[in-house]
Design a protein around this ligand. Structure first.
Ligand code: FNR
Length: 328
């Protein structure tokens, strides 16, 4: 991978305190298995907003995947489909959202950034996503400005070709754009503008989760944006239990950040997540071997989850409960 692309993908914001914490928090959580249950196989199948998936492990929206592979998001969509799971496609994609949909063999959600002064453009994207068959809109709410990714800023090289975000540039021109500072009215606008389910991504505070539910969203993603926005926030998995409590079953709760093993997935489920998203590992798989690399990364995580479930005495996801995980 080009050094500038690597820096862009791997970076967190500021001193990367949160980025490190995303891993530390998982390592500090411990699993408490049950034995004598006769569990010799486990069923990892799950569903999210009614879409069946082979395991509760989905592809997080990450921008400009043309930096990892010439086929970009089209290859990722095929890899996710081969692994029997769902991909969230970023607004900042290197391939047109219609082209990703045409390449996809599994369900897709569309991740929406609303840009400053460009609500009509957001509306256009939502219409295009609806027409192309996307199953939900994931509104990212943790980016009123882009976080400062200093590891990337220190690299003096320009990003290589492939860095274009085709949908934005076609409609808004090539100059760098800042996202908009959203309010509850924006969520209400989106709610009234589409019949698709809405998922808010980037929630850490339980009161924001409650607010989201009061605005009629179907899901929330507990996320620190992979440690790329406000540095110094707790890891997503630390913020998860309070959000699950606040949502109280009124919407689906997902999380992302730091998932690198099947045991991490199991810990997140034990703390109440319905499913998780994976960001960077998918990009590494994409860079290594295109669609096959993405499929392999997702299948490795699924196999690890399956083994962890068997070793913990859990035949299916319904048997995962809060007594499975405890703080170390
Ligand atoms: C992201 N993320 C992100 N989120 C989003 O809503 N829209 C986007 O366009 C992007 N772009 C993006 C690019 C890159 C290179 C990274 C690493 C991340 C955040 C992403 O969806 C997710 O929250 C994190 O990546 C999860 O953390 P892990 O799995 O990378 O540790």
């Amino acid at each position: 991978m080009h050094p500038a692309a690597w820096a862009y993908y791997s970076a967190g914001a500021g001193d990367e305190v949160t980025l490190r914490r995303e891993r530390d928090a998982f390592e500090k959580l411990l699993l408490v298995p049950r034995v004598l249950r006769g569990v010799d196989h486990a069923d990892t199948s799950a569903s999210v907003l009614g879409a069946p998936i082979r395991a509760p492990i989905m592809v997080a929206p990450t921008g400009v995947q043309g930096l990892a592979h010439p086929e970009g998001e089209c290859a990722t969509a095929r890899g996710a489909g081969e692994a029997g799971t769902l991909m969230a496609v970023s607004t900042v994609s290197s391939r047109r959202l219609e082209d990703v949909a045409a390449a996809a063999t599994g369900p897709l959600w569309f991740q929406l950034y609303v840009y400053e002064g460009a609500r009509p453009f957001a509306e256009t994207l939502v219409r295009r996503a609806e027409r192309a068959g996307y199953g939900a809109i994931v509104l990212t709410v943790d980016a009123p400005r882009w976080g400062r990714k200093e590891r990337f800023l220190r690299v003096e090289d320009e990003l290589p070709p492939g860095a274009s975000a085709v949908s934005i540039e076609e409609e808004l021109g090539e100059e760098a754009r800042e996202p908009a500072a959203l309010t509850p009215e924006d969520v209400a606008w989106l709610r009234s503008s589409t019949g698709l389910p809405i998922v808010l991504k980037g929630i850490l505070h339980p009161e924001d989760a409650a607010l989201a539910v009061e605005h009629g969203v179907e899901g929330v993603v507990v996320s620190t944006h992979g440690g790329r926005q406000l540095d110094g926030v707790p890891a997503s998995v630390e913020a998860l239990p309070a959000v699950v409590e606040a949502v109280a079953g009124r919407a689906e709760v997902y999380m992302d950040g730091g998932i690198r093993r099947g045991t991490d997935v199991l810990k997140a489920l034990a703390l109440g997540a319905r499913a998780v998203f994976v960001g960077r590992p998918v990009l590494w798989g994409l860079a290594a071997d295109g669609a096959a690399g993405v499929g392999r990364v997702l299948e490795m995580l699924r196999e690890e989850l399956e083994l962890a479930m068997i070793l913990a005495g859990l035949p299916d996801l319904e048997s995962v409960g809060p007594d499975l995980a405890r703080k170390g």
